[in-house]
Design a protein around this ligand. Structure first.
Ligand SMILES: [Zn+2]
Ligand SMILES: [Zn+2]
Length: 284
């Protein structure tokens, strides 16, 4: 498995590549624009070109963008729904321009409205976004399933893929913290196997395109989405060793979104820990 991190674009996009290199990333996740504002940032062409060139030299592959946290593709409020679709298109265009692989997005919340209604909205938004863009994929992120949050079960994810007729540009991102908080016990190799069997049976492993590797502050099944540094949370090292060395997951990129041992965000120490677990798996 290749390891990367969510890295800040503060100052300029191309600085993210330098930051990624400094902590030992092998692949890269960034925001394009601000994750908590609707404002679309227009980056200077020079910054975009420099990003591309630096990333090629640093061999950070794949590149993904995490879409805005504000996105709700299941929103009943039409203003929010259209803003969400536009934000997804914006992120996809940025990935197309930068040669990125995909945009990872949360699905949003359906409140107390029925699932078929939310499913229809999500499907329409995804179709519009894909039609408006060229190449980058959309990876739907599995959630902890708190409240009316969409995507907290494998069944819901499978429904969306099916409604999209298994469009090859739509895939899935699983987050270890979200899985654990949603009730999948990833602390042991057996637990990891059980989760993957269920995912394969319900969704299909071929649709899984990326992982978020985060330990969990919340307890098993707590539906609390709070990330912890690798090995410091409720999942622990044994669970991550099983995840990163699993034969069915080895081909995937894994991105950390951990608080960091110095609370400065994803850091070298988290990545080194994962690399150490990977090396131990290889020696076996
Ligand atoms: Zn996310
Ligand atoms: Zn999370």
């Amino acid at each position: 498995m290749k390891f990367g991190a969510h890295v800040s674009i503060r100052g300029a996009l191309h600085l993210a590549v330098d930051r990624a290199g400094a902590i030992g990333c092998e692949c890269l996740q960034i925001f394009v624009g601000s994750p908590r504002q609707w404002r679309e940032v227009i980056y200077p062409e020079r910054d975009l070109d420099l990003f591309i060139e630096k990333r090629r030299k640093a061999r950070l592959d794949p590149l993904v963008a995490h879409a805005s946290y504000l996105i709700n593709l299941a929103a009943a409020d039409m203003d929010l729904y259209h803003r969400s679709t536009a934000a997804l298109i914006y992120a996809l265009r940025a990935m197309d321009r930068l040669g990125g692989f995909a945009v990872i997005t949360h699905l949003g919340s359906r409140g107390d409205r029925p699932w078929p209604d939310a499913l229809a909205r999500i499907t329409a938004a995804l179709s519009v976004a894909l039609d408006a863009t060229k190449r980058a994929a959309v990876l739907l992120e599995h959630s902890v399933g708190a409240g009316g949050q969409v995507g907290g079960t494998f069944e819901e994810i499978a429904d969306i893929l099916e409604a999209m007729r298994f469009q090859p540009r739509v895939g899935i991102c699983l987050d270890s913290c979200h899985l654990f908080a949603a009730g999948w016990d990833l602390r042991t190799p057996q637990g990891v196997n059980q989760m993957l069997r269920a995912f394969d049976h319900t969704v299909g492993l071929k649709h899984l395109r990326a992982l978020h590797l985060n330990d969990s502050k919340g307890a098993l099944g707590s539906r609390i989405d709070r990330h912890e540094d690798i090995g410091q949370g409720r999942i622990g090292r044994r669970g991550f060793a099983a995840l990163v060395n699993h034969p069915k997951l080895r081909r995937l990129p894994g991105f950390i979104e951990t608080p960091g041992f110095d609370h400065q965000g994803p850091d070298r120490r988290n990545l080194d820990l994962l690399k150490e677990l990977r090396a131990r798996g290889e020696r076996k």
